[in-house]
Ligand binder design. Structure first.
Ligand code: PEP
Length: 255
């Protein structure tokens, strides 16, 4: 379905890594390595690094994202950050529904939906993470789990808004484990997500949708994964913390 028409997006998810000095060093090393990328390049950083990332990447091809946002515009939500606060800073992207938030911070499909809506209303681009656990894969319910996650997260999202949504398929068993889905396993679920979006919206919207793969993507396996018909880029954790590795994945996506 028109892979050539979709521009790949390689996004780094720094998780809870890099203080300001380390962020400055990593981004400074990264800028010349990725400047010729023929794909979109995004770094999603801890809140405390956003200001540094925004100022260092100004005038470069690197875009900046946050790793979460709250659904309310403001209020009594101690420790939270609103989508409007991010757009006001100049942040362009936000990761929502990452499996680590679902696993450790009580994120549910319903709170993911609220965050997606708030982020889109604030004008952000959303990287929506979905994925099955190992137990769910072994029980043969991967597609059911993904369908529920996607349907609930996108409820109320218009086709126009969906043009600002990237879906990242991230099998939970492959995140930070060094275990990658095979090219075929990843493509199969990405294809399922695109077909589902085709049924929920229409074929044209589905064909234009960016569907990433994430889960231990690295310079050694990126080219194979990124060559698959329904894989339009990657959400990269560990390998995004090393500029040469991140740049190598970006080169693979630029081919
Ligand atoms: C992630 O954090 O989204 C991720 C895919 O991590 P890793 O690449 O380290 O598996």
């Amino acid at each position: 379905m028109n892979k050539a028409l979709r521009r790949a997006v390689i996004a780094g998810n720094w998780k809870m890594n890099k203080n300001r000095a380390e962020a400055r060093a990593l981004i400074t090393e990264m800028i010349p390595l990725v400047k010729d990328a023929d794909c979109d390049v995004v770094i999603c950083t801890p809140y405390t690094d956003l200001e540094t990332a925004l100022s260092l990447t100004e005038g470069t091809n690197i875009k900046v994202g946050a790793e979460n946002c709250h659904w309310a515009p403001s209020g009594a939500f101690t420790g939270e950050i609103s989508a409007d606060m991010l757009t006001e800073m100049g942040v362009e992207y936000v990761v929502i529904g990452h499996s680590e938030r679902r696993q450790y911070f009580g994120e549910t499909n319903e709170t993911v939906q609220k965050r997606v809506r708030a982020a889109l209303s604030a004008g952000l681009k959303v990287i929506l993470c979905v994925g099955e656990t190992l137990a769910e894969r072994e029980a043969g319910i991967t597609e059911e789990v993904i369908a529920i996650q996607v349907k609930i997260a996108l409820a109320g999202v218009s086709a126009e808004e969906l043009s600002r949504v990237i879906i990242a398929y991230e099998p939970v068993w492959a995140i930070g484990t060094g275990k990658t889905a095979t090219d075929e396993q990843a493509n199969e679920v990405n294809h399922f997500i695109r077909s589902l979006v085709g049924r929920l919206y229409d074929e044209k919207t589905a064909a234009a949708l960016t569907v990433q793969y994430g889960g231990s993507m690295n310079p050694g396996n990126a080219a194979g994964l990124l060559a698959m018909e329904d894989i339009d880029g990657g959400l990269i954790g560990g390998a995004s913390l090393k500029a040469p590795d991140f740049a190598e994945i970006i080169r693979a996506a630029s081919r």
